[in-house]
Design a binder for this molecule. Sequence first.
Ligand SMILES: [Ca+2]
Ligand SMILES: [Ca+2]
Ligand SMILES: [Ca+2]
Ligand SMILES: [Ca+2]
Length: 468
Amino acid sequence: MKLLTSLIALLTLGGPLGLLFSKATGDEVKPAKVAAFPGAEGYGSVTPGGRGGQVIAVTNLDARGAGSLQAACDAKGPRIVVFKVAGTIDGDVKIKNDFITIAGQSASGDGITIKGNLAIDANEVVIRYLRVRTDHDGDALGGRYHRNIIVDHVSASWSSDEVFSLYHNENVTIQWCMITEACAKEDGSHRFGGIWGNQYGTYHHNLFAHNDSRNPRWASGCGYNDYRNNVLFNWGYQSCYGGEARQKGDRRKPPIEFSAINMVANYYKPGPATRNDVKDCIASPSSRGDDDYGSWHVADNYVDGSPEVTHDNALGVDGKTFKTLAAPWKAMPIHQQSPQDAYLAVLEHAGCSLPRRDSIDARISEEVRKGVAMHGKNGIITTQQDVGGWPSLQSAAAPQDSDGDGMPDEWEKKYGLDANEADDNASDNDGDGYTNIEEYLNGTDPTEFVDYTKPENNINSLEQSHGQ
Ligand SMILES: [Ca+2]
Ligand SMILES: [Ca+2]
Ligand SMILES: [Ca+2]
Ligand SMILES: [Ca+2]
């Protein structure tokens, strides 16, 4: 065990300012000076997204064509996508080009929902404050074989497979997301939360609710993954499993042939759909043979209704087909809370909470709080209509932005920028690492230098009460 721990320490060249060595590509990945945005934590926070690039406004809810979200995704080069509309986009969205920031928090009214799938098929991706509620087959949100991706405050629901799968990528963070209400295939199977597991992955303050299984399923050969302060409510027949050492037919070069998984300080709350025999199961590590065991560190998790497992998490890890990591592998730190504090913060803030939550997320967070399920069979649904389908979202006028640089007139005037010149959005007037447009999107002051490399300053500036 000591040898393994030392090996992991050697391989983990982490830390926000450290160099990450990308084993799959042989490239050195130099993290950006500051995190993707204030409050971005873990391995995906190294990406600059669309920083310094053009600002593209989404001006309609069309599935494609000029002014659509898809057109903004199709543009090449670094780009920051802002929204001048709110409502539901009826169609799939695919990100194929690298270096993009999608800032859903810039929408007015009730914000943005994609009624379809969102595919991440690119590197250097920042996605914030968006909903993906799919209306057809496949995962609501998915992506594989890419690098440097952070998904923050995204609500994903419904699907015929997994709701939200992001695995076999490198340097990924999934934080403050809601992964809920997997629907069924016609045969009633595959009401799944998600497949997660990336070579260096951070997952914190997410909510899984009303999914039969895969909450999450750790991918085979998923590499180093750190899962903390997440909340799981009302799983059906299985909570979390997977994490085998190897993926058969692994397409990564070279393949990743181990899984090292920290699951620490998460909050488990069984609900009315949770089968009796899995109510106190934190995870069931999987293996396809004696040489296929993953390594797991499971500690400090709270299991509602089971003081025994809460006291001794080992009792909540099923089976013998895994190795125990006596200590967690040394991951990039997050602002970690107790499971109880994380539970409260997640219920208040997770998902697409800006510009405001929709009725689906508001209902689900109340169901979690009360420990009830109002729809489907004990909360496990078959179709979107079981929960009333897509809520109608109110739009509202976007603030006046005369020069079209993404920063409203009023805001530019307040901070001494030029509301009639569009060349001032990509500069960093106070030299703190965030460009002026980012300061607008992050709700920070473009004239005030803040040292964001200090962990105490790396907090979400849009929702102060994250309990951090
Ligand atoms: Ca402007
Ligand atoms: Ca301007
Ligand atoms: Ca700045
Ligand atoms: Ca600033």
